[in-house]
Design a protein around this ligand. Structure first.
Ligand code: PEP
Ligand code: MN
Length: 338
């Protein structure tokens, strides 16, 4: 159930409603918007008499939520979520974010050159995998924590934030000092134990859509994180597997407006994994910004063809700089900045 409070509801009125909701057996999640407080009651609400809440002072309206995702649904935060980072950077606001970096952190030279390029292009986030989920156990698996330390150092030197994939619960603690945003990869979108644990972390989580996941399943996975109290979830469309073989995955651009309609969470587009082809990344990045993406995540590398992983879809640094210039024009055309 959703209880929307009146604009001028007092803290005492809000507390009284929360107490009444808890008494009726639901867990209460509170969100305080610019103008209004919304209380979501999650749990067995079938037998709860909603009219009882409508009569409490300070209450504007009460609704039963029929969608299976209670906290990720638009109704919980009608104005949309803006995820704010420690340095003030935001994803989900008026400005379109840029998250760029290699598929995998490989060495100092590579990650420092990449960080300087991301900064120069006006990007705010440096990405790079330290723990890589590779289809083959014989492929490069990533440098682990020493790699993450290198990326953190490169990011700090350039005033950037770091985004890196966490593959299992045991990695979270060691990654915390070096990671500003935990990426959950496509292969782990339904690793529910990992999602629950990230619900306890107080750092944003970038949750990628699974290779064969529906949008509803993506939103339900975000619900696992949010139900633990971590509301800073950023969704990511990275292409899904279909019968089409011309591209590595099928980039589902339509998922962007669908997510915007169903959920308040920001949505990022990853045209690198979405196409698997360097020559197609710019077109899909531009389409994604036009479609309303809150940030673009792209794989870039100073020596892209020689990248240890995902070389075929990785942009050279000059290609990335050119792309950001083009994205700026598209962003302005749809009423946003970059
Ligand atoms: C990645 O970002 O490098 C990655 C492994 O992505 P995905 O989980 O989308 O395949
Ligand atoms: Mn990759």
């Amino acid at each position: 159930m959703i209880v929307a409070m009146q604009e001028r509801a007092t803290e005492d009125q809000i507390d009284a409603v929360i107490d009444a909701m808890v008494e009726s057996g639901v867990n209460v999640h509170r969100t305080t918007g610019a103008t209004q407080t919304i209380l979501a009651g999650v749990g067995p609400t079938a037998g709860v008499e909603l009219r009882r809440f409508e009569l409490l002072s300070g209450v504007l309206s009460v609704h039963r939520i029929t969608s299976p995702y209670k906290l990720a649904g638009r109704a919980f935060r009608p104005e949309g979520t803006v995820v704010e980072f420690a340095n003030g950077a935001k994803i989900g606001g008026e400005q379109v974010g840029i998250i760029a970096g290699p598929c995998a952190i490989e060495n100092r030279e590579q990650i420092f050159a990449t960080a300087a390029c991301v900064k120069a292009a006006g990007g705010g986030f440096l990405r790079g995998g330290a723990f890589k989920p590779r289809s083959s156990p014989y492929a490069f698996q990533g440098l682990g924590i020493p790699g993450l330390q290198l990326m953190h150092e490169a990011a700090e030197a350039n005033g950037l934030l770091t985004v890196s994939e966490v593959m299992e619960i045991s990695q979270i603690e060691a990654m915390l000092p070096y990671t500003d945003c935990f990426q959950v990869g496509a292969r782990n979108m339904q690793n529910f134990n990992l999602l629950r644990e990230l619900g306890q972390v107080r750092k944003p989580v970038l949750l990628k859509r699974g290779i064969a996941a529906t949008i509803e399943e993506l939103l339900l996975s975000s619900e696992y994180i949010m139900s633990g109290g971590n509301y800073d979830v950023i969704l990511c469309e990275r292409g899904i597997r279909t019968y089409e073989t011309s591209t590595r995955n099928t980039m589902d651009i339509a998922a962007i407006p669908v997510v915007k309609k169903l959920s308040h969470l920001p949505i990022v587009a990853d045209p690198s994994h979405g196409t698997g082809r360097r020559d197609m990344v710019p077109a899909m990045a531009k389409a994604a910004v036009a479609a309303g993406a809150d940030a673009i995540l792209v794989e870039i590398h100073p020596n892209a063809d020689k990248a240890a992983s995902d070389a075929a879809q990785t942009l050279y640094l000059d290609q990335f700089e050119k792309l950001v210039g083009e994205l700026r024009v598209i962003a302005a055309a749809v009423g946003r900045s970059l």
